[in-house]
Design a binder for this molecule. Structure first.
Ligand code: NI
Length: 246
């Protein structure tokens, strides 16, 4: 009888030790901040801000200042003729980690162009950017989002459209533009704005602050697709990082 009680006591002691050990392990795991950070990055919604028609020295510089303060990277689709004289602004974009793309040389429709007319818009801008930045690898956004088989064949790079368009060029109203983007933001979305209007710069920075509060992370177009496991192909058209049927 006495031996039985001793054995039961030992069993309880072992159980108590075991449970203390298990709880300790659980508590230790919960306290590791690195795990929490990894999980947050894996589950945080991602979104890309894109800006067309620039650079324009005053508004683009104000935007770059605001993005730098917030640690946000964006993507700029530049018009070739506006790069001339603004080379320092373009180099700053690149140096600060933003992605740069082509929006033609003269902001023209690319539909139905022959090879030399197409090259005079897209390749001319590509060569100019190569000279200014010393590297290659620029995405294309055709003006007005217009493309045909010729554009796809001659692009020589992925074609990036958008999934959220507040038509900021028409409204020129920071409140409206901010509200439209907030109502339509989603994981994997690509937002279209124009960094040549002060109202669009205001709206972009307000959207960054509001979406940061919701846990969104802002990434470049290239990072957005890479994080979603999608490989961008030359001559293919992308509207957002997800299934493209929308
Ligand atoms: Ni445009």
């Amino acid at each position: 009888m006495k031996r039985k009680i001793q054995r039961a006591g030992m069993v309880w002691a072992v159980l108590a030790l075991l449970s203390a050990f298990v709880c300790g392990v659980q508590n230790r795991q919960a306290a590791i901040p690195a795990d929490a950070a990894t999980e947050m990055r894996e589950t945080a919604p991602l979104i890309a801000l894109t800006f067309d028609d620039g650079p324009r020295r005053d508004t683009t510089t104000a935007l770059l200042d605001g993005l730098a303060q917030r640690g946000v990277k964006a993507t700029f689709f530049l018009v070739g003729e506006q790069i001339v004289g603004n080379e320092d602004v373009v180099r700053r974009m690149d140096a600060e980690g933003h992605q740069i793309g082509i929006h033609t040389y003269d902001h023209v429709r690319l539909l139905g162009l022959n090879r030399s007319d197409f090259d005079a818009q897209v390749d001319k801008t590509r060569q100019l950017l190569k000279n200014v930045l010393g590297h290659d690898g620029f995405l294309l956004r055709p003006p007005y989002g217009l493309y045909d088989a010729g554009v796809k064949n001659m692009a020589g790079c992925p074609i990036i459209l958008w999934s959220v368009d507040p038509e900021d060029w028409g409204h020129k109203d920071a409140d409206y533009v901010t509200r439209h983007i907030m109502d339509n933001a989603s994981d994997g979305a690509i937002i279209l704005l124009h960094d040549i209007y002060p109202t669009s710069v205001d709206a972009a920075l307000r959207v960054v602050d509001e979406l940061h509060e919701q846990g969104y992370l802002f990434v470049t177009v290239e990072q957005l697709f890479a994080e979603k496991g999608m490989k961008l192909q030359n001559g293919e058209v992308y509207r957002y990082a997800g299934a493209q049927e929308r």
